[in-house]
Structures are given as structure tokens and as C-alpha cells.
Design a protein around this ligand. Structure first.
Ligand SMILES: [Zn+2]
Length: 122
């Protein structure tokens, strides 16, 4: 399903999902890892204000306690769309598999997560 990676832009159920995924991939987002870079903060100071750990893309998608309920919905889709999702050796690997966006339902689920997480913070 390699074509999905290149054409998911055109087939997601909501155009906002495409934009949110693209921004995450391009580091064009408002997570502290990037906003701190613009403020010349050291990485150790680029913290999630809720969890008090480095706020990067992986924290946002995999761990941030602000989005536990949303993450449950995302991971439910991951378990259907990514083979052996729970058995993968690490969260790094799980995050990489999510970001590969190999299926349309997975891309939609990540897009929905990112959009709704963003709305939850605003
Ligand atoms: Zn957090």
C-alpha cells in the first residue's frame, strides 16, 4: 500500500487532518521542542507544561496526559491497522509505525487525534 503514503493527502476524510499531519512531519507546530528553538531555549527547557518533560512530537502523540482519552481512540485504530502494534519492542517503534501512515484509517485516526488535541489546547 505504498501509494497511500503519497496520496493520503487527497483521501483523508477531513482536509484539516492532512494539514495537521503535514505540520507535525515538517516540525511546523507549536510544541515546545520548536517554540523553544525559536526562543533559543536549551532542549532541556522545552517542556510540556502539563507533564514537565520534553514536549516533542513523540511525547505529543504517545504520552501527553492531556490527551489520554483521544490517544485511546488512536491506539484502538493502531491495533487494527498495525500488525502486532502492542508487541512492538518500543514506543519509538510504535511511533515510527504510526508515522508511516500505511493505511487510510490510520492516517485518518492520526489526523483526528492531532486536530482534536490541538482544539483541546486552544
Ligand atoms: Zn504532556
Amino acid at each position: 500500500m505504498l501509494w497511500v503514503r503519497y496520496f493520503f493527502h487527497f483521501i483523508l476524510e477531513n482536509p484539516k487532518y492532512r494539514i495537521a499531519i503535514s505540520k507535525l512531519r515538517m516540525s511546523a507546530h507549536s510544541l515546545a521542542i520548536e517554540t523553544g528553538r525559536h526562543k533559543s531555549q536549551t532542549p532541556s527547557d522545552r517542556l510540556c507544561t502539563t507533564c514537565n518533560v520534553l514536549e516533542n512530537e513523540m511525547h505529543h502523540v504517545m504520552y501527553c496526559s492531556n490527551f489520554d482519552a483521544l490517544r485511546k481512540e488512536l491506539f484502538d485504530v493502531c491495533r487494527k491497522e498495525i500488525r502486532y502494534f502492542d508487541q512492538l519492542k518500543s514506543d519509538d517503534r510504535r511511533f515510527s509505525k504510526i508515522m508511516e501512515l500505511k493505511t487510510i484509517p490510520l492516517a485518518n485516526a492520526l489526523g483526528r487525534y492531532l486536530v482534536e488535541a490541538s482544539l483541546a489546547l486552544s
